[in-house]
Design a protein around this ligand. Structure first.
Ligand SMILES: Nc1ncnc2c1ncn2[C@@H]1O[C@H](COP(=O)(O)OP(=O)(O)O)[C@@H](O)[C@H]1O
Ligand code: SF4
Ligand SMILES: [Mg+2]
Length: 357
């Protein structure tokens, strides 16, 4: 590329991005070093996210579910640009933002906010609630410090908290109140996308539904785009328009939530859903829980072929030699399983035992 061309490309990447929350990620992959040699060079890696495609249509909620260690949080960090992918792209409202740098990246990051699991760890105990909530406005929107209290009170009201809490400190609040404070702070910069990573896992049962209802209200009232990450299907199924099921760094099933919940196709999705209680006691009594046997495989050395084969109750001989690729089996409903999609990528030079190891 010529010097002029390079400059033009750089300038293009500096253009402030406008947007409304429509996100398209393609082929996202991220590895982390697991061990290093004496020279400090990585010798083994864990592929936390491995070739993931995901879309969030503006104004909708997408749920990402899966067991611990399946790559959900890493995916959340990749789409919120907290972490750079090794490969793949993140496109916001039609603009590829994966390679943004410097000020353009910092400006964009303010529009992609993350709410984490631990509301206490996310708040500085030495700063008042009002300071925590309005600080992003001082740093990024240059509001005057004298306006902080008023801005914080408005934001606290938006998340259903008494504005008077602005003068308190995090330790004086309950877990649920603290998580609302974190959500208020994330909303301060009017994010296009809110990534909520296990936002209720650290809360007691009674408070969980309050936080989920708050997220639902934000999505319905102001059309907030949300990526809701959870290990618990029950948490996402009432909130998300679409759901993506992750296993060992890959999305194995994805589609409209009602479609995936009522017609799950991947054996892993079926197992996850079988653990979700249904409100009707008669139906609940007739349900069969699908228990997953075996441990989650080492993500640094996933099984050949289908990664789920070592725990799948429907495993076939071909599952160890063919890596299933996601295929659309109903409109908007994709699954990566040889039982349904048929297609897959042959795995070279692997033994093909008849039973999983
Ligand atoms: N910063 C990191 N360094 C090394 N390994 C990591 C790092 N972040 C995540 N991992 C590994 O990547 C895999 C996926 O982790 P994570 O995205 O946190 O999954 P989840 O959120 O589904 O529990 C795990 O094996 C985890 O140990
Ligand atoms: S491809 Fe085979 S092992 Fe994988 S989920 Fe489908 S049936 Fe089970
Ligand atoms: Mg996580």
């Amino acid at each position: 590329m010529t010097g002029t061309g390079e400059k033009a490309r750089r300038d293009e990447l500096q253009v402030p991005v406008t947007g409304s929350g429509s996100l398209t990620a393609r082929g996202l992959s991220k590895s982390f070093p697991l061990s290093r040699n004496a020279l400090g060079r990585p010798t083994t890696h864990v592929r936390a996210v491995d070739g993931v495609d995901i879309d969030v249509t503006a104004g909708t909620t997408v749920g990402v579910v899966g067991e611990s260690g399946s790559g959900k949080s890493t995916l959340g960090r990749l789409v919120s640009l907290l972490e750079r992918p090794d490969s793949g792209s993140v496109v916001l409202d039609g603009q590829d933002v994966t390679r943004l740098r410097g000020k353009a990246m910092s400006a964009l990051r303010t529009r992609l906010q993350v709410v984490f699991q631990d509301p206490f760890g996310s708040l500085d105990p030495t700063k008042s609630v009002g300071h925590a909530v309005a600080e992003p406005l001082v740093v990024h929107r240059r509001i005057r410090r004298s306006g902080m209290l008023g801005a914080a009170e408005d934001l606290l009201s938006r998340v259903g908290l008494d504005p008077g809490l602005a003068r308190r400190y995090p330790e004086q609040l309950s877990g649920g109140q603290r998580q609302r404070v974190c959500i208020a702070r994330a909303l301060a910069l009017e994010p296009w996308l809110l990534v909520a990573d296990e936002p209720t896992s650290a809360l007691d049962l009674s408070t969980r539904s309050e936080i989920l209802n708050l997220l639902l209200g934000l999505q319905e009232d102001v059309g907030q785009s949300i990526l809701l990450v959870s290990h618990d299907f029950a948490t996402v199924q009432h909130l998300a328009h679409r759901v993506a099921v992750m296993y060992l760094g890959r999305i194995v099933e994805e589609g409209p939530t009602h479609e995936v919940v009522n017609n799950p196709l991947h054996p892993f999705t079926r197992a996850l859903l079988s653990a979700v209680p249904v409100p009707d006691p008669v139906v609940q009594r007739t349900r069969r829980r699908i228990v997953l046997h075996g441990d989650v495989p080492n993500p640094a050395n996933p099984p050949s072929g289908c990664r789920f084969r070592t725990r799948c109750s429907e495993v076939m001989p071909s599952c160890s030699s063919i890596d299933p690729v996601p295929a659309e089996v109903r409109p908007g409903h994709r699954v990566a399983c040889l039982l349904h999609s048929g297609a897959g990528v042959p795995v070279p030079d692997v033994e093909t035992p008849r039973t999983p190891t």
